[in-house]
Design a protein around this ligand. Sequence first.
Ligand SMILES: Cc1cc2nc3c(=O)[nH]c(=O)nc-3n(C[C@H](O)[C@H](O)[C@H](O)COP(=O)(O)O)c2cc1C
Length: 210
Amino acid sequence: MGVSGASGTPYAAAVLRALLAAGESVDLVVSRASRLTLLDETGISFRDAHWQEDLGEWLARGADGKPGTFETDLTRVRYWSAGDLAAGPSSGSYPAKGMLIVPASTAAVAGVALGLSKDLLQRAASVTLKERRPLVVAVRETPLNGQTLRHLVTLDDLGAVVVPTSPAFYAGATHIQDLVDFVAGRALDAVGVRHRLYRRWEGDLGGGGK
Ligand SMILES: Cc1cc2nc3c(=O)[nH]c(=O)nc-3n(C[C@H](O)[C@H](O)[C@H](O)COP(=O)(O)O)c2cc1C
């Protein structure tokens, strides 16, 4: 799992919590720029040397910023520094099922589409593609310019699943967390991870509407 510097750190927290709740082990990389978005959105200064403490505080927050909302066991998280290009996930021989980039900045989208590997997040994503493993890119920007749209088409051509961070409103959302969980759940659907983050559409408009 890679977290890049787009707005949307609650999406990353929701995906991480759900992966761990589903019994998955997670290799985590947090880009340098995403520390700015995390600081802006949660007030947390993420430190490599204290990642467990900072990640614990982050994952405990709801999308409304309230601390202590969730409880998560971090024992199955392996944390890698973004600058560590010798880290396990930078090699195709490292055992991995796939990768999610949540949220994905337009810079990360460009870097992965062009194969830049400027940090561990981008390198791990390129490795995921070359190994033909599932890659989910939860892009967060609006509006999108032609350059980013072309990079997204490239990623789609390469087999990645592009998941825009655009929640739907048919799942009965009443809180911000519901909207966040819908996007997180759709990202997890793309890699076949079971979760109960949102209510699925079952073809019933209720009340006999059209
Ligand atoms: C508070 C804040 C919010 C940002 N939000 C976005 C965003 O929603 N989408 C985006 O593509 N970039 C956003 N950026 C810009 C990226 O952080 C910047 O392009 C950075 O180079 C991304 O690097 P990374 O992909 O290595 O994380 C934001 C930056 C800051 C400081």
